[in-house]
Design a protein around this ligand. Structure first.
Ligand SMILES: [Fe+2]
Length: 402
């Protein structure tokens, strides 16, 4: 029996401080997104626990289906290599990149220089993708669907040349009677909800699998345990997804985990059992800490009115500078004039506020209101999290007394 481990999307934390020149274009939105939300989801302590569990199960080989880093900053690749080396040597660990590993153009160079050995074909004369590694009865065929995309997009693409080479590799390995495992970051098919995160040429990929066959497809990207079957030439092909190896437990989301595939038999009579491993048992205060992270995250959305308030303040400032009424008041005033009720008698006193000093007063008021909101948010945050913090403190005190 051959035991193949499948781990994916570790999104290694913490995010090293990028150089300011790196925070251009898509990396800027990714950086903000990390600090606003993702750093609370992808936890180093969770990944450490999952990695330890994986190593304890002593698989014969480990596959990693991408998204090791977060925004492809130069400083992220070396720690990711150290993590790969903690799993095993490059002979025992196979890697395919994810969209976060090639977040922007030019990131592929980092990928090759730091992780190249983990993505190398058995025949070193073959460079690029797909790579082919033979391990025991297995043929591991690694694809790269990682391409740089526009902000807020996470689509993948294989390209015609890679798909054609995949077909050749599948045929060659079938002739060698190997158990063919295709590794890819993006799932071959996605729901309409994940249209902007799909594999763009998934249809072509599925057509090759339907014609040439494969015994197993392993992927990441969706951050959930999943199993679907694709059409194959003789029998359906199982397509197995793994969750993120670092995500903190959240309601409605799969906890961190990985898959263990136990493969035995021979060509024509293979048997493959996939056992999903979820994060080892959580102690109560771990769950509480995760709740704190989530509470903070939900409170972050409370800052939105502040953001809305700023343009209003800026408009007031511009209004005062030009000594004209704000848009809303101007419209109401002109409507009153056109209705024939002109002059001060037609308007209440507050509507006649057209002087620069009154506009400045309004601007100052907006500024004060925003400042009050700014100060109130952290207090509200603390108040909201207080029960959770209290529970953690109690738990810590209890564990000390044991
Ligand atoms: Fe991911």
């Amino acid at each position: 029996m051959f035991v193949l481990a499948h781990i994916s999307d570790p999104h290694l934390a913490p995010l090293p401080r990028p150089h300011w020149s790196e925070l251009m274009g898509k990396r800027a939105t990714g950086f903000l997104n990390w600090h606003r939300k993702r750093r609370l989801i992808h936890r180093a302590e969770v990944l450490a626990r999952v990695t330890a569990d994986l190593q304890a199960s002593t698989p014969d080989h480990i596959t990693v289906t991408g998204d090791l880093v977060n925004i492809s900053a130069a400083g992220e690749y070396a720690p990711a290599r150290a993590w790969l080396e903690s799993l095993g040597t490059s002979a025992d660990v196979s890697l395919v990149p994810g969209n976060h590993d090639v977040y922007v153009r030019g990131a592929s160079a980092h990928l090759r220089s730091h992780w190249g050995e983990f993505m190398r074909d058995d025949d070193i004369r073959n460079v690029g993708f797909p790579f082919l590694r033979r391990r025991g009865p297995l043929a591991l065929i690694g694809l790269s669907s990682a391409v740089a995309t526009a902000p807020f997009m996470a689509t993948g693409r294989l390209g015609g040349e890679q798909i054609a080479r995949l077909a050749q590799a599948l045929d060659r390995c079938a002739r060698e009677e190997l158990f063919r495992v295709v590794l890819i970051h993006h799932p071959p098919v996605s729901s309409a909800r994940r249209h902007f995160k799909r594999l763009v040429d998934g249809r072509e990929f599925c057509a090759v699998l339907a014609q040439h066959g494969a015994e197993l497809v392993l992927h990441g990207h969706d951050h959930v345990h999943s199993l679907v079957h694709l059409e194959g030439p003789q029998r359906p092909i199982p397509v197995v997804g793994a969750p993120s190896a670092s995500q903190a437990p959240r309601p409605g989301h799969d906890p961190a985990g990985y898959n263990l595939c136990r493969i035995k038999g021979q060509a024509g009579a293979w048997s493959c059992e996939v056992r999903p491993r979820s994060c080892p048992r959580w102690r109560r205060h771990d769950r509480v800490q995760a709740n704190i992270a989530l509470a903070t995250m939900s409170r972050t959305s409370g800052y939105f009115p502040l953001v809305l308030g700023l343009p209003a303040g800026a408009r007031q400032f511009l209004t005062s500078a030009g000594n004209t009424l704000p848009n809303g008041l101007a419209r109401r005033k002109s409507r009153a004039v056109h209705s024939g009720l002109s002059g001060s008698a037609a308007m209440p006193a507050w509507m006649r506020a057209s002087s620069a000093s009154e506009s400045k007063r309004a601007f100052r008021l907006a500024l004060i209101m925003n400042s009050v909101y700014c100060l109130a948010c952290p207090v509200a945050d603390y108040w909201h999290q207080r029960p959770y913090i209290q529970a953690v403190q109690n738990r810590c005190a209890a564990s000390r007394s044991l």
